[in-house]
Design a protein around this ligand. Structure first.
Ligand code: TRP
Ligand code: ZN
Length: 471
């Protein structure tokens, strides 16, 4: 309940030291925010933890992804059509894309020149783009995709399994399977057309528009209309048992379950409608029309992901994991980060949802969960760094982000009282619905709603090093 959603005890401390290269420090200043020199789009949006994530100079409004995957050869063919809009004049811009071979690239149907530089795909369109111009990028590609290794040693992206692929992009892996403006600052709608052998299922985000089988292959068409960050996109493939139904509230539920996980998953998945109803009471209307679960059998992944509209699990989830991933639909998916440093806005809130669920369903109160954590000695990993300032991309999924992040909300609740606290949660989800929120904005909203000065509270719980001396 208080653990990060990661299971293997990765060597987090060693990873920090070993995998933050000196070069990254240099890039920090080099990439900078999207204040591009002249008419060249910046190679990153200026995220200090992931300097090359996302790109400057344009926004993507829509991704149309047409994919074909053959699980036995692990070969992927792809065509990505991006509808974008320039936010500055552009003689050149970048996409994030790594690994796969590119066979064609056009901008507004004209062949564009490109070169690859690590994860940056540097595109020079035949004609410069005007500021404000809408344009279309088409990239065709293929190859054998694989995951990226994150600063903390975890894998994300296209992760092949024994019967397909577990496709999870947080924080960086979207670029392993489609060219993207790969930062949560840019949210877009998506269409997916995915073709797999007819004994497999391909599950993406949003509503299933249709499926058809021909020549031994099935094509699935999915649509996510609501804005989505690239890391929340999935195209998970496997031999799945599928169940579809509509909830009382009219949500279209699509469950895809690996048969090896089916017995353990069934009693938990059955609770999804009641969990979403409960979360809607606390956080406001569910942000999407589609819902569900993808339960894969991916024993070496070690985490679940809040893929938009339909979380993805590496194994049968327990109930608190289901509550956690679905709470992210409000906190993380609908209200998105502008910077990975603010990750506690995702993980602290989703963890606190678990505590509240327990409290309101006959389990421990949130206060009791808080107390048990607070009792941990100052030397415990829980106090290793403050959740509002994890320090690097290697720490974004660390215990303090989840547990001390949730503890911050409990301290806030105690300071403002239940009535104001629950109004703050509702107001936060409502005000930033389908958009973005920062920690500073959350602090201001909490102060406005409660009429209290909360500087000291947030300073202590979000930003101060070490174990706070007062609960
Ligand atoms: N956001 C996921 C969750 O809490 C966890 C997660 C995603 C993760 N990607 C990861 C954990 C990579 C460790 C490493 O539900
Ligand atoms: Zn989470």
């Amino acid at each position: 309940m208080t653990h990060p959603r990661r299971r293997p005890a990765l060597l987090r401390r060693e990873a920090v030291v070993a995998t933050v290269p000196v070069a990254v420090a240099a890039l920090l200043t080099a990439a900078g925010p999207a204040t591009a020199a002249g008419s060249v789009g910046a190679p990153g949006v200026g995220d200090p933890y992931f300097p090359l994530a996302g790109n400057g100079g344009y926004h993507v409004s829509h991704y149309g992804l047409t994919l074909g995957y053959d699980p036995s050869s692990r070969h992927l063919t792809g065509k990505a059509v991006l509808a974008a809009r320039a936010t500055q004049r552009l003689t050149r811009f970048d996409l994030d894309f790594t690994g796969l071979k590119i066979t064609g690239l056009t901008v507004d149907h004209r062949k564009a020149s490109y070169k690859r530089d690590g994860q940056e795909l540097v595109v020079t369109p035949a004609r410069p783009l005007r500021k404000g111009q809408s344009f279309r990028i088409t990239v065709t590609y293929n190859g054998k995709p694989g995951p990226v290794t994150d600063p903390d040693g975890s894998l994300d992206g296209w992760i092949p399994t024994d019967d397909g692929a577990f496709v999870a992009g947080e924080p960086q892996g979207a670029m392993t399977w489609f060219p993207a403006n790969n930062h949560p600052l840019d949210k877009s709608s998506y269409d997916f057309t995915i073709t797999v052998p007819k004994d497999r299922t391909a599950v993406a985000n949003g509503l299933l528009l249709g499926q058809s089988t021909r020549n031994g292959k099935t094509t699935f068409r999915w649509r996510q209309k609501a804005p989505m960050a690239a890391y929340l996109a999935t195209a998970t493939v496997g031999r799945f048992k599928v169940k579809q139904y509509t909830t009382r509230d009219g949500l279209k539920v699509y469950d895809a379950v690996d048969p090896r996980e089916a017995t353990a998953a069934a009693p938990v998945l059955k609770k999804l409608p009641s969990v979403l109803e409960w979360e809607s009471k606390l956080f406001g209307p569910y942000p999407y029309r589609a819902a569900g679960s993808i339960v894969d059998h991916a024993p070496n992944v070690g985490y679940a992901l809040e893929t938009q509209s339909r979380p993805l699990y590496d194994r049968a989830p327990d109930l608190s994991t289901l509550v956690h991933e679905n709470a992210h639909q409000w906190f993380g998916d609908s209200v998105s980060l502008t910077s990975w440093k603010d990750i506690w806005l995702n993980e602290g809130f989703a963890t606190y949802a678990e505590w509240l669920y327990s409290e309101q369903h006959g389990g421990d109160s949130a206060q009791k969960t808080f107390d048990a954590l607070y009792a941990r000695p100052a030397s415990d990993a829980l106090w290793e760094f403050p959740p509002g300032n994890p320090g690097s991309g290697a720490n974004i999924f660390g215990t303090p982000v989840y547990a001390r992040g949730a503890m911050t909300l409990q301290v806030l609740r105690n300071a403002v009282g239940d009535k104001d606290f629950f109004r703050i949660l509702l107001a936060w989800a409502k005000k930033h619905r389908h958009g973005h929120g920062t920690t500073a904005q959350f602090e201001r909203l909490a102060e406005r709603e409660s009429g209290k000065n909360l500087d000291q509270l947030f300073m202590t719980w979000l930003y101060a090093q070490g174990k706070p001396s007062h609960p």
